[in-house]
Design a protein around this ligand. Structure first.
Ligand code: ADP
Length: 171
């Protein structure tokens, strides 16, 4: 039976997801055990171009979780706390890989808490084998014509993750 809206635990999972990797997939799937709903927020900045177009990044995540009713995917711009409010979320889900991730995430989470005291950030530690997976390295591999398929979620069409789909040749 569906739960009452007021008791629903809703999390946002914000990120650039440029592109979405096996690391992101793992965090999101594990988050399903904790929350009733997770809204993946694909953050974009109109002043800063990504590597893959926003539409593609969203399309890939939607395709991957097409059968998962608890997950939705939307674009957002602006403050993450405002996006969380818009989505009626009480939680921000993030993944942690390394000590430097921790320092970065700590600062963001504490600032978010200062901006919106009722929002809680929840962190899941990466599974050991996914620790080195980063979108930055995946982009580098693609940019130089390498095979990044092992870092892309299995269900997705690997040929899509190609320079031909990138916004423009990046320096
Ligand atoms: P941002 O640009 O906001 O850092 P990313 O798309 O790089 O967004 O990452 C979104 C979230 O996923 C972050 O919390 C990041 O730490 C987490 N993440 C990225 N890669 C991994 C991974 N391999 N294992 C666990 N968490 C990860």
């Amino acid at each position: 039976m569906e739960k009452m809206n007021c008791t629903e635990k809703i999390a946002i999972f914000p990120g650039s997801f440029d592109p979405f990797t096996t690391g992101h997939e793992s965090i999101l799937k594990r988050g399903l055990d904790l929350f009733d709903k997770i809204v993946v927020g694909v953050g974009h900045n109109s002043m800063k171009q990504g590597f893959f177009p926003l539409e593609k990044r969203i399309e890939w995540i939607k395709e991957l979780f097409a059968d998962e009713a608890k997950i939705s995917v939307v674009a957002y711009e602006g403050l993450t706390v405002d996006f969380a409010k818009e989505q009626k979320a009480q939680y921000i889900l993030r993944g942690l890989r390394t000590a430097s991730d921790f320092e970065y995430e700590r600062a963001i989470a504490q600032m978010n808490k200062a901006l919106s005291n009722e929002l809680e950030s929840v962190f899941l530690l990466t599974t050991p084998e996914l620790t080195p997976v980063t979108s930055t390295i995946v982009r580098d591999i693609i940019r130089h014509g390498g095979d990044a398929s092992m870092f892309i979620p299995q269900k997705l069409d690997k040929s899509e993750f190609h320079l031909k789909n990138a916004i423009a040749p990046q320096k």
